[in-house]
Design a protein around this ligand. Structure first.
Ligand code: GLN
Ligand code: ZN
Length: 760
């Protein structure tokens, strides 16, 4: 019998139950903590039970255990192996709930662990903080409680562990020169202990995730795999080594030499690797074929998948397992409650629960013949055909515009030096101009107005008035602060992608399609199902209103094509590049309209530009070429005197500086404050040609930095970038902050800029 299984199930719950319980606990009033903690524990237990039941109902061979987490699975492993950084003082004692969350969110004494993106997803993990002082001591109580809870279901369990190589690779050390591989033997000893404990409990299989195999590993790291797995080879359950997000075929030799019992490969992202693995698979290994897309929401073409699998099943027999390509963490829970998405589009989609069903159907077809599930296959066939032929997917005028794209120049009319003069003349900004990144606090008031509007309790007119009041308030505050370039504050946007997606044709929105971003934070990525275009202006009314309140320039504020793409579920029936270019044309139309309305500065945010980079460097150049082109196409309608800004965050930029320069934005603002301007060094060395605004304070924390702190950062910046090309701004939007700290921090920022202007 061919087995079906999943690598992991979404954690937050169909109604974000985990988020609710977490936030209630974090906000507990004194004396209430214990009650909320118990409630959180109860919610977590219930969610796990629900997830397991779904896997049982879908006839999966195993239920996945330890894919659940109350915050982040990488953090869970850090805690499990007792590798919390010494600065927290937690070593050697069992962690309380508040300790666990202190690592994730910081506490009064210590900042949180660094957070960063999980490969090329929009999920964030907490980076293990490693040093020569790192010690391990297993702390498996919570882990084993989950195992015991799972055992009560009577189902076969498959615990999920992040592998030692990936945990170590994803960790970081502050001391340059520290070699984290030194920690490997001690770390593996912990894994060995844990695995033997699992064997004692009668567990047959453990899933050990080594997603770093999707990356470019150097010879040392690759060699360390052999060392690590040799250290955990005895007294353990069988190991299924799981890889995802890319092909791992180039490591065929190294991987097949590992003492494990099976391999999972992602055949959605990298179908081309199948042949290599079929040729090399050790005769006692199972091959878990990741054939249902764990990163996207489209219904599986069951016929096609079955065709792919049948010969594999013939070759491998029971040694073939089938699975989603990766953990289902990256897709929403269920379509069952998505009643607002119309039936036709809905029939094209599959969220986590529907994917479980697809696995079940594929498994049945493989084991008992497709006739045993003929009706379901027929339904899938119908949906796939309807999607392929639907006039809602294909738009003639968009297609035509794309055909003429090669004739459309993506260049601005003049080089930066000339544009700069035209802009100086028009804008008359001082040295070291001050600005912000776009959003101002999204107050409870704003959210209440939006909710009331969505429920139909507030008319469109009243909603517009309410938003105008917020815009006015933001402008007044900025005038009082004496900032040089203002923003309207983005009150009308709950999200920088959703806001545009809702106004663009080709997008559809789920109502409950939440996906975990980090901790309790979820995003609801919109779904691009068809050719994208912009029926009507999207931001002009707000921009015009804001500009009418002041003679200082107010930036028009747009989300760039790459970020729109990156933060949406994207069509899988055409290359990402094509969708990006369609988005670029839509944004380009908006830039033209803003310019027409007299807006002198337009910011096109691309915070996700870097995260779009392929995991393997060999594929970078191709991505960067179309991503840069998409950005430039959206910006190149701007006349010389219209200043184009872009903004990027969370990024290490040094390795893609030529592409960032090629985007040719007049001004780029970047997040730098947390890395104390080190980032800027790269821009300096590269001789980045245009204006640049390195963030001078971290908006992710409510702390108000002093004038001195900001002046010091700016002085450092002046050492690497000519002062004439520097801007002064926070490192990202202020939507998550409150007004009082925002004003205090911006006062300091303006004061810092003034002080330096005087010194020049
Ligand atoms: N303009 C957006 C804001 O200020 C940019 C957000 C971002 O970089 N993620 O909120
Ligand atoms: Zn940002």
């Amino acid at each position: 019998m061919i087995k079906a299984h999943i690598l992991g199930y979404p954690r937050v719950g169909a109604n974000r139950e985990l988020k609710v319980a977490l936030e209630a606990f974090w906000k507990s009033a004194p004396g209430e903590e214990a009650r909320h903690e118990a409630a959180l524990e109860q919610t977590a237990r219930q969610l796990r039970e629900t997830h397991w039941q779904k896997q049982i109902d879908a006839g999966l061979a195993f239920i996945s255990v330890n894919d659940f987490s109350c915050y982040d699975h990488v953090l869970d492993h850090t805690v499990l192996f007792g590798a919390t950084p010494p600065r927290f003082g937690f070593a050697g004692r069992p962690l309380q709930a508040q300790d666990y969350f202190a690592l994730a969110r910081g506490n009064a004494e210590q900042p949180a662990l660094e957070m960063t993106k999980w490969f090329d997803t929009n999920y964030h993990y907490l980076v293990p903080e490693l040093s020569a002082e790192t010690e391990f001591s297993i702390n498996a109580h919570a882990f084993l409680l989950q195992i015991d809870q799972a055992l009560t279901t009577g189902a076969e369990l498959k615990p999920v562990l992040l592998g030692p190589m990936s945990w170590l690779y994803l960790g970081k050390s502050r001391d340059a020169g520290f070699d984290r591989l030194i920690l490997l033997p001690a770390l593996c000893a912990q894994y060995a202990a844990l695995l033997s404990e699992l064997k004692l409990r009668g567990i047959a299989w453990v899933q050990i995730d080594e997603p770093v195999l999707a990356l470019d590993l150097d010879a040392r790291w690759l060699a360390a795999f052999a060392d690590a797995y040799a250290r955990i080879r005895d007294h353990r359950p069988k190991l299924l080594l799981t890889t995802y997000f890319e092909s791992v075929a180039r490591y065929v030799g190294a991987v097949t030499a590992l003492p494990v019992d099976g391999l999972h490969i992602d055949l959605v992202r990298a179908p081309e690797q199948l042949a290599a693995w079929l040729a090399a698979l050790p005769s006692h290994w199972v091959l878990s074929a990741g054939v249902v897309d764990g990163r996207n929401v489209w219904r599986n073409d069951l016929d096609k998948t079955l065709q792919l699998l049948q010969p594999v099943a013939q070759q491998l027999g029971d040694r073939l397992w089938i699975a989603p390509s990766c953990s289902l963490l990256h897709v929403p829970v269920s379509l069952a409650q998505e009643l607002s998405v119309d039936n036709e589009i809905r029939s094209w989609l599959a969220f986590a629960d529907e994917k479980l069903r697809e696995l079940q159907l594929l498994q049945q077809a493989l084991n008992h013949g497709v006739d045993s599930v003929a009706a379901e296959f027929q339904a899938a066939r119908k949906a796939i055909a309807s999607r392929g032929a639907s006039p809602r997917v294909h738009n003639e005028s968009v297609q035509q515009r794309l055909q003429h794209l090669p004739q459309l120049s993506a260049e601005r009319s003049s080089p930066f030096a000339e544009r700069r003069l035209a802009q100086q003349k028009r804008l008359r900004l001082p040295l070291l101009p001050t600005t912000t990144i776009g959003s101002f606090p999204q107050t409870a008031d704003i959210r209440a107005s939006r909710a009331a509007f969505r429920r139909g309790e507030l008319s469109a007119e009243d909603y517009t008035l309410a938003m105008q009041q917020n815009i006015r308030h933001a402008i007044e505050q900025q005038l009082a602060l004496d900032l040089d370039v203002l923003v309207h504050g983005e009150a009308e946007r709950n999200d920088m992608v959703e806001y545009f997606g809702e106004q663009l044709a080709g997008y559809v929105f789920s109502q409950y399609g939440w996906v975990q971003s980090y901790g309790s934070r979820c995003v609801k990525p919109p779904i691009i199902y068809g050719d994208v275009h912009r029926p009507l202006a999207m931001t002009v009314a707000e921009a015009r209103y804001a500009q009418s309140l002041t003679s200082k320039p107010v930036k028009g504020m747009l989300t760039g094509p790459v970020t729109m793409l990156q933060w949406s579920f994207v069509r899988d029936d055409q290359p990402r590049e094509t969708t990006a270019l369609q988005l670029a044309l839509a944004i380009r139309d908006e830039v033209a309209d803003l310019q027409q309305a007299g807006i002198a500065i337009i910011q096109i945010d691309e915070p996700a530009f870097r995260e779009g980079l392929p995991l393997q460097q060999a594929k970078w150049a191709q991505y960067l070429a179309w991503a840069v082109r998409a950005f430039k196409l959206s910006a190149s309608v701007a006349e010389d005197s219209t200043q184009i800004h872009t903004h990027m965050c969370y990024s290490e930029f040094n390795d893609i500086l030529p592409s960032i320069a090629a985007m040719d934005a007049d001004v780029i603002t970047i997040e730098t404050s947390r890395s104390a301007m080190e980032l800027l060094d790269g821009f300096g060395e590269f001789d980045y040609p245009n204006d640049i605004g390195p963030g001078v304070y971290d908006i992710h924390s409510p702390r108000v930095p002093s004038v001195e702190a900001m002046t010091a950062l700016l002085k450092r910046a002046i050492e690497v970038i000519p002062v004439e090309r520097l801007w002064v701004n926070p490192d990202c939007g202020l939507k998550t902050r409150g007004w009082p700290e925002t004003i205090a921090a911006l006062q300091h920022m303006v004061a810092a800029a003034r002080q330096l202007r005087h010194e020049k």
